[in-house]
Design a protein around this ligand. Structure first.
Ligand code: NAX
Ligand code: ADP
Length: 277
């Protein structure tokens, strides 16, 4: 039987890293981010803010000057340019149909850098037929349909919503990547067939930019555990931990009322403290 797990707080805690006296900013995990564009600069700001607040040792931002300017206004902690990282996040806020030459080169660099890569939004069309290294794809339902269609499988929206687990698994098997299918009930499928189901998140989370925040959280959590991630099974667990942290932060930020995406990022530190205590 193929393993299926309903993910709990205790499962997630195993993938959240508490820094020790021996740590420094590099050992805590550096995330490289090739996100945002002149059309969607906010996505870069949201992802970077989330990664910083989710405990990244450092964030390296790669992108257009105008976007970098906004990122640094919000988070002066961020360092610009390509350098050594423990995980990459690519694609949030990038136009997938016309990413442009520089972005395409950034994506290629990340995919060939030998560290886990979170592949979001506009980088999903750049995913090769099958990925070589360790990668997490983070589609919403519409993006999953496009990902499958690009590999010759047409599935309509109703069929996908009736069997989200099955289609996420299919995409993981076809691409060789971990597939985190976003939605009210997020699921994480691993290419070997393993499936992790997240608890239902607060519906207040369905607001613009919360996926960009999730991507930043995933980058930070995965970079923080990179030394322990040697296979897609571990990568899937670490991604599920990031997703649960994101949902808990959303619940805490909401308290039963509306939230903005940045509120979720701002609730991350206290949510992590609660989980670790
Ligand atoms: N402040 C910002 O800069 C923001 C930037 N964003 C960026 O905007 C770009 C476009 O993302 P979108 O997701 O809006 O658009 P997409 O162009 O990826 O997809 C939207 C299409 O997919 C369909 N669809 C089916 N299921 C869906 C689902 N569950 N959620 C969303 N769409 C679904 C929609 O009907 C629509 O036709 C991404 O790069 C994203 O990162 C968004 O995150 C919003 C906030
Ligand atoms: N009805 C819902 N209930 C709970 N969470 C949801 C719901 N709809 C979407 N989400 C979550 O909100 C986030 C939306 O991400 P995404 O679709 O990428 O939006 P955006 O591109 O605007 O950031 C994801 O984390 C997803 O799991």
């Amino acid at each position: 039987m193929i393993e299926e797990t309903d993910w709990t707080n205790d499962d997630a805690v195993r993938w959240l890293r508490r820094p020790t006296a021996e740590d420094d900013k590099y050992s805590r995990g550096v995330v490289g981010m090739a996100t945002g564009s002149e059309r969607y600069p906010g996505a870069a700001v949201l992802g970077v803010d989330a990664a910083v607040r989710a405990g990244a040792g450092m964030v390296r931002y790669v992108g257009p000057d105008a976007v970098a300017h906004l990122v640094l206004q919000r988070r002066p902690e961020v360092v610009r340019g390509i350098g050594r990282v423990q995980a990459w996040l690519i694609g949030s806020g990038v136009d997938g149909e016309e990413p442009g030459e520089e972005r395409t080169a950034d994506f290629r660099h990340a995919l060939e850098d030998g560290v886990p890569v979170v592949i979001d939004a506009g980088a999903l069309p750049a995913v090769p037929g099958r990925v070589d290294g360790l990668a997490v794809l983070t589609p919403h339902a519409g993006e999953l349909r496009r990902l499958l269609a690009a590999r010759g499988t047409e599935v309509d929206a109703d069929a996908l919503s009736r069997d989200r687990d099955g289609w996420a698994r299919r995409a993981a098997a076809d691409t060789g990547a971990v597939v985190l299918l976003k939605g009210s009930r997020t699921v994480v499928a691993e290419p070997g067939g393993r499936l992790i189901r997240l608890p239902e998140a607060t519906p207040w989370l369905s607001t613009a930019g919360t996926g960009d925040v999730l991507a930043g959280v995933l980058g930070a959590v995965i970079a923080g555990s990179a030394g322990r991630i040697g296979s897609t099974v571990e990568l899937a667990e670490s991604a599920a931990a990031g997703s649960l942290l994101h949902a808990l932060a959303a619940a805490s930020a909401s308290g039963g009322g509306p939230i903005a995406a940045l509120d979720v990022a701002e609730a991350l530190p206290t949510t992590i403290a609660r989980l670790l205590s």
